[in-house]
Design a protein around this ligand. Structure first.
Ligand SMILES: C[S@@+](CC[C@H](N)C(=O)[O-])C[C@H]1O[C@@H](n2cnc3c(N)ncnc32)[C@H](O)[C@@H]1O
Length: 272
């Protein structure tokens, strides 16, 4: 298994992971400005999914190749493109063996994919292989667990409760995918530096998340909307979901609505 296909997530991915209006376009603009990209730049995204990151680049006329294990996720992106003359090339394949030739791109983008693949080092090396000698790799992470009015975001509260429940249930590390590197793990920087890149880390933008409550976030864990829930055995997940419901029932304000602050951070590797 080279990675985790998101076929099963296609019906709810955009509703649960999509950015509020305008944020994806701001993200594109921040990447373009940070890398001083010209309109002729050629981009490739490993794990393109439904095009949450890709679509604004395509709408702005960039040449963009997306690779993904999940045909269904890319079909969703195709529907959004709706035969408009965008320069999108969507390829069903494994990002550990990119089906493209060497040195063909200026920028390689990866967002929430390296924790899913069998060997993230191989993916970084593959993306480097398909970049020109002065290309750049952009790794992006959503940091969504900010505070609002002194309260941790519902997502952070639920994640903490969920982890405590998995501890109580003695769920072993391999069923929690604890070893997988998340966000902008420093191991990515170290690996890219060994490949000769200069690596910097920066915040690209901040925004307010969609309105959310403790109950609505807990429901996503209970309905197995996150890939971390897919690897749990069914009976363990069912028991964890029951315990999480008890925690929600005892929460002092499970239906209080928050629009917590969030940031989009990037790790950028450049070769000159
Ligand atoms: C969390 S989604 C992220 C999608 C997109 N980058 C975004 O930020 O919305 C991860 C995507 O990576 C894909 N994926 C996982 N392992 C893969 C692999 N080895 N090769 C290609 N795609 C993979 C999944 O099918 C899924 O569409």
């Amino acid at each position: 298994m080279p990675g985790i296909s998101f076929d099963r997530a296609v019906d709810y991915y955009d509703a649960t992971r999509g950015y509020p209006p305008g944020v994806a376009e701001q993200l594109r603009d921040a990447i373009v400005a940070t890398l001083s990209l010209s309109r002729q730049a050629r981009l490739i995204e490993a794990g393109v999914g439904t095009g949450r990151i890709a679509l604004p680049f395509l709408e702005a006329g960039y040449f963009y190749v997306g690779v993904d294990l999940s045909r269904r996720m890319m079909d969703q992106l195709r529907r959004k493109l709706d035969r408009r003359p965008y320069r999108a090339h969507l390829v069903c394949g494994d990002v550990m063996r990119l089906p493209v030739s060497d040195a063909a791109f200026d920028v390689g983008i990866m967002v929430h994919v390296l924790h899913l693949v069998e060997d993230w080092r191989q993916v970084l090396d593959e993306v480097r292989r398909v970049l020109r000698s002065d290309g750049a790799i952009v790794l992006i992470s959503d940091e969504r667990d900010g505070q609002q009015d002194a309260f941790p975001a519902p997502r952070a509260q639920v994640l903490k409760a969920w982890s405590a429940i998995l501890d109580e249930l003695n769920v072993p590390p391999e069923q929690r995918r604890d070893g997988a590197p998340h966000g902008l793990d420093e191991r990515f920087r170290e690996h890219l530096q060994t490949r000769g890149a200069g690596v910097e880390r920066l915040t690209l933008l901040t925004y307010r998340q969609h309105p959310q409550t403790v109950r609505s976030v807990a429901q996503r864990y209970q309905e197995r909307m996150y890939s971390s829930c897919w690897v749990l055995p069914d009976d363990v997940h069912a028991e964890a979901a029951r315990r999480l419901q008890r925690w929600v029932d005892e929460h002092p304000a499970p239906d209080a609505v928050y629009e917590p602050p969030a940031r989009i951070d990037a790790m950028i590797a450049r070769w000159r």
